[in-house]
Ligand binder design. Structure first.
Ligand SMILES: *Cc1c(COP(=O)(O)O)cnc(C)c1O
Length: 384
């Protein structure tokens, strides 16, 4: 779609974003229009109606396709809207393998909505290649994974799973929300589709929702454009512009998220009251080697054990720089309690199976001065 000869930060700032041909505006204008004047029957400038296409959306889509190294990108009103659009590739009788610890909204959508249309789902520990291989059936069409997972930061070997999928004619979709294309590019490792909640690192400022599907084949481009037009769950021109604006600083933000993330993980690992830290950048992480091979940074997401519900609550009540809240990927440090927040709905049994205990705390390290984040955690943990 766009030339890829420039480096990542250059492409983030320029791809899809040539100066406006009408005025020379350096920034892509927000085309707040539902319709477009046509010169005569069948003659127009390529735009007819904004559910189908919009120049601000086109700019963002070209930019995201370039950053992920895909052939096309299509943006939707949220990450969940993007996943919903992806499953329209399937039909009744098809089977999907999904990572067992993906974003909670994903199995909720699959189990409570999509199974009604005769599509079956199996949940598999995709960090174990043999389990993926064993779960593939003749009717399997798609494997959907997240790596690293939330909150325990378990990795899946993208290239190995892509090879297993392709041997059996199955497509691999990767939710790349946690690393962003700055640190991980699944298409280069063999994935067929990349999905993001742009709500997180891509937009990066906790001020808008969005989702994207990046495809690698002409069929993806056709299918995802068609689903935008048919179902209408598109991202508005204003929010497309917000994501474009966020992406301009993606490279510098991710560098700082990663630098701060490493410092916070090391601090927590050395803290006498913290029993265990989950962060792929620590040499103690069981998949540290895979992390170093498959990602070019370790990111900003860390989970740690405080002991139990009481201890977790005591720490979370005391934080001041860190904000207690769901979500991740914003410039501010967000801290959360998976068992009662993001993973409350899956139930105690499912949490126990995944290893999400009541004492577990998850942190999305922001880009504040790291000493302020460390100082805040130090004073909060001193209650234990
Ligand atoms: C937030 C999130 C989603 C869902 O995206 P929304 O924009 O909230 O709809 C999907 N996957 C992951 C990994 C997420 O973090």
């Amino acid at each position: 779609m766009t030339e890829t000869k420039h480096g990542f930060a250059t492409r983030a700032i320029h791809d899809g974003q040539a100066a406006d041909p009408l005025t020379g505006a350096v920034n892509v204008p927000i085309y707040l229009t539902s319709t477009y004047a046509q010169e005569e029957i069948g003659k127009h400038k390529g735009y007819e109606y904004s559910r189908v296409s919009n120049p601000t959306r086109d700019a963002l889509e070209a930019n995201l396709a370039s950053l992920e190294g895909g052939a096309s990108a299509h943006v939707f009103a949220s990450g969940m809207a993007a996943i919903t659009a992806m499953v329209t590739l399937l039909k009744s009788g098809d089977h999907v393998i999904c990572g067992e610890n993906v974003y909670g909204g994903t199995p909720r959508l699959f189990n409570q909505v999509i199974t009604r249309y005769g599509i079956e789902f199996s949940y598999v520990d995709t960090s174990d290649l043999e389990k993926v291989r064993a779960a593939i059936r003749p009717e399997t069409k798609l494997v959907h994974i997240e790596t690293p997972t939330n909150p325990l930061m378990t990795l899946t070997d993208i290239r190995a799973v892509a090879d297993v999928c392709h041997e059996r004619g199955v497509e691999l979709a990767v939710d790349n929300t946690f690393m962003s294309p700055y640190f991980q590019r699944p298409i280069e490792l063999g994935a067929d589709i990349v999905m993001h909640s742009t709500t997180k690192f891509l937009n990066g400022h906790s001020d808008g929702l969005g989702g994207v599907l990046v495809g690698t084949k002409p069929e993806h481009k056709e299918a995802f454009a068609f689903v935008q037009k048919c179902t209408g769950g598109i991202l508005s021109p204003f929010e497309c512009w917000m994501v474009l604006r966020g992406i301009k600083t993606l490279a510098v933000r991710m560098k700082q998220h990663d630098a701060n993330g490493r410092r916070v993980a090391e601090f927590l690992a050395a803290h006498p009251k913290v029993a265990k830290v989950y962060y792929p950048g620590l040499a103690t992480h069981p998949q540290h080697d895979l992390a170093a091979r498959q990602m070019s940074g370790f990111g900003a997401l860390i989970a740690f054990q405080t002991g139990g519900l009481e201890q977790a609550n005591a720490v979370l009540k005391r934080v001041k720089v860190c904000t207690l809240g769901e979500s991740l990927g914003g410039v501010e440090t967000l801290i959360s309690h998976p068992a009662t927040m993001t993973h409350a709905a899956i139930g105690a049994e499912a949490r126990a199976n995944l290893g999400i205990t009541d004492g577990l705390v998850r942190i999305s390290v922001g880009i504040e001065d790291v000493d302020d984040i460390l100082g805040d955690l130090e004073q909060a943990l001193s209650v234990l």
